[in-house]
Design a protein around this ligand. Structure first.
Ligand code: MG
Length: 362
């Protein structure tokens, strides 16, 4: 199965409501789609969102990395030499994890198609159904209460609340939400680097004292501040999850060795795809640290790849793959089936994606 061509397209999918975090506000998913063509007629699909504020990867940068570096390196190679292709993909350009992830995902799709097996089965096949949380954007407390109650009505048993914009108001927000929803629903919070270390400890201790029963806090401090992250982890009893601090397997190793966080959040757009994500899973197993799998604002192609990985690996115990359910339409034919919190995989080879509507080739 030789790679004959790589085509790039853009999709635009409106969100149901604006997505607001401590870092940004977004109204629609505008992603780069990769199609890898082969001499057998098989097509591998991949996707990357331009999340400049987190990965540094803009639309132009993703397209440039694929056209100028990756395509030139891997066109003509055979999917049977999978390890060789993946190693070359990793080395042909530094950083650019989103572009690499899009191509890595499409390559794994072809790998599954070549062996006529669903990807999750090739990677471990631990389960075929997973349950995701849903994100509640940062807004005025009343609006967040309304959004939380609405999500619970739709069947979500875990809510991920975005905080980190204003620490005093964050406590008010969390108290209002917990009071409205009771204690049967799990609450995890994501500060998206919004606090300073001492501020984080102060806010989180107040949340502990208020009995808000927070499952864990995600990325309380700046991505580069590993000492600050460890300071928070060591000084509160709420578990801490490292997200923006962990891109590569090397980043994960540093967090694991220093115990700077209690959990690690894997996102394919940070790792550069499934190949490196598997390395993080293996290291986390060695250290006995559970992983979450998350996504950026992504449509169903790349999130389907994350679902396959999550379904394959037992060390991934927390799922935050709500990208597709935040979208108001689904341009992808096939792939994982998203029914609110329940995500299931079918027995189709690779990612199981048949095509994408409304794709604008460039
Ligand atoms: Mg996060």
């Amino acid at each position: 199965m030789k790679i004959t061509d790589i085509r790039i397209g853009l999709i635009s999918v409106p969100l149901k409501t604006p997505f607001k975090t401590a870092l940004r506000t977004v109204n629609s998913v505008e992603d780069v789609i990769v199609e890898i063509y082969t001499d057998t007629g098989n097509i591998g699909f991949g996707e990357a969102p331009p999340t400049g504020v987190i990965t540094g990867d803009t639309t132009g940068a993703i397209i440039g990395a694929i056209k100028d570096h990756i395509s030139k390196t891997i066109i003509g190679m055979d999917i049977e030499n999978f390890e060789e292709i993946i190693l070359r993909l990793d080395k042909c350009v530094v950083k650019n994890t989103s572009a690499k992830a899009a191509v890595d995902i499409a390559l794994y799709d072809l790998y599954g198609q070549m062996y006529k097996a669903p990807l999750y089965k090739l990677l471990g096949g631990y389960r075929k159904e997973i349950v995701t949380d849903i994100t509640i954007s940062v807004n005025e407390p009343e609006e967040m209460v309304k959004d939380s109650l609405d999500a619970i009505k739709r069947g979500y048993e875990t809510l991920k609340i975005k905080v980190g914009k204003d620490s005093i108001k964050d406590i008010e927000r969390m108290k209002a939400i917990r009071k409205a929803i009771g204690y049967d629903v799990k609450l995890r919070i994501d500060a998206n680097q919004g606090w300073k270390p001492k501020e984080a400890v102060k806010v989180l201790r107040q949340m502990e004292d208020a009995g808000l029963d927070i499952e864990f806090v995600e990325q309380p401090v700046a991505a580069h501040d590993i000492e600050g992250l460890k300071f928070v982890t060591d000084n509160i009893s709420i578990p801490v999850l490292a997200d923006e601090s962990v891109f590569s397997p090397e980043d994960a190793l540093k967090i694991l060795q220093t115990r700077a966080a209690d959990f690690v959040n894997i996102k394919l757009m940070k790792t550069g795809g499934i190949h490196n994500a598997l390395k993080i899973c293996s290291m986390a197993e060695i250290y006995g640290v559970e992983c979450m799998i998350g996504c950026m604002l992504e449509a169903k192609v790349s999130v389907t790849a994350a679902v396959h990985l999550a379904a394959a690996k037992s060390i991934i115990t927390k799922i935050d793959l709500d990208g597709p359910v935040l979208c108001s339409e689904d341009p992808v034919d096939g792939g994982a089936i998203f029914n609110e919190s329940i995500i299931t995989l079918e027995n189709t080879p690779g990612l199981g994606i048949k095509g994408i509507q409304g794709l604008k080739y460039i």
